[in-house]
Design a protein around this ligand. Structure first.
Ligand SMILES: [Zn+2]
Length: 339
């Protein structure tokens, strides 16, 4: 099994974050392990949206992961846990390095090198291939996002070691309510960033169509301008209609773009009301010959792992569960961890 879509901010157990917090002596509001664990134990009923989910939990976990030692430890445990839970053969870990600098105390290079080392160590201890995807931030300034791209270009030239491929791609994440793709100035700049990353053979994945804020219209816009290899979520495809639906399907099919579907988090953030919506989307993708994979997104925060994600979609598919076999093969083809 391969997980193409997992966020470092939402994939590290509270026990690991607590250890980092205590060892680093960070001043935070959590006075005990129980307090931190309670904070990170999401009550799915209380999450109102993706913006709410991202705003509520990530600042704390990203802040704790904000030192070279912390970042290295965090990625290590993400891989170790994913292997123990789902016997993953490969995982692509995405994070935003600028959000881990502890307000400029650390350099971006030190954080990135530490995550590469942490993943190399994980690949030595567990038979898992790993790669890093840098997430740009929808809510960050153009300058900050350029800093991420420039770092990506510098880092890319490192060779893989022990199954740890280092930096393999870039992404855009953050609150979709900002609808960045609708802003012509923003998208023009984003295209330049993506072109620069692509010139270094970095893969491009793009969170879009996770919520109705970036529905079919902005999915089409993102594909036409950014031309991503993969799309983070893209489940708004199910709400496309008429000519827009035809156009979106045609683009996804012709450009062989792979949707990174992450079922449970869509439920938690109320992007879907029921897993049956994902099952219907899977059937639709098969009918329309659109590529997709199943992934975890934030396995710790939403109490899941890749095996479980496949299981819940299979259950919802019932007699059509066999369709999911194709998702494993697609992940092998669509991963940025290519020899
Ligand atoms: Zn995501």
């Amino acid at each position: 099994m391969i997980d193409l879509h997992t966020h470092l901010g939402g994939a590290v157990p509270a026990a690991v974050l607590w250890e980092i917090l205590c060892d680093s002596g960070l001043q935070m509001e959590f006075e005990s392990f129980d307090a931190l664990q309670k904070f990170l134990s999401i009550d799915p009923g209380s999450v109102t949206s993706l913006d709410d989910f991202v705003g509520r939990y990530f600042q704390a976990s990203e802040f704790i992961q904000s030192s070279p030692h912390a970042a290295s430890t965090a990625v290590y445990h993400l891989v170790a846990k994913a292997y123990r839970r789902s016997k993953l053969e490969a995982v692509e870990v995405r994070y935003n390095p600028v959000k881990r600098l502890r307000r400029g105390l650390h350099s971006i290079d030190s954080i990135v090198m530490a995550t590469i080392q942490g993943l190399q160590r994980a690949s030595m201890h567990y038979p898992v291939r790993t790669g890093i995807i840098f997430s740009l931030g929808r809510e960050l300034s153009i300058d900050s996002n350029w800093e991420i791209i420039d770092t990506a270009v510098c880092i890319k030239r490192r060779r893989p070691l022990m199954g740890a491929y280092g930096l393999v791609g870039i992404d855009l994440a953050g609150p979709e309510s900002r609808r960045n793709e609708a802003d012509p100035d923003w998208i023009r700049e984003a295209v330049k960033m993506v072109e620069k990353a692509r010139s270094e053979n970095l893969g491009v994945t793009w969170h879009v169509g996770e919520t109705s804020h970036t529905g079919p219209e902005l999915m089409i816009k993102a594909i036409e301008h950014i031309q991503p290899d993969r799309i983070g979520h893209g489940i708004e495809l199910r709400n496309a209609a008429g000519k827009e639906k035809e156009r979106l399907c045609q683009l996804l099919r012709e450009k062989e773009i792979c949707l990174e579907i992450c079922p449970s988090v869509n439920l938690v953030t109320k992007s879907i009301g029921d897993i049956s919506e994902i099952a219907d989307l899977v059937r639709f993708c098969h009918r329309e010959n659109i590529r997709y994979t199943i992934n975890t997104d934030n396995p710790y925060l939403i109490h899941t792992n890749l095996r479980r994600e496949f299981k819940i979609v299979a259950r919802a598919l019932g007699p059509d569960a066999g369709l999911l076999d194709q998702a494993h093969q697609t992940a092998r083809e669509a991963t940025f961890l290519q020899p």
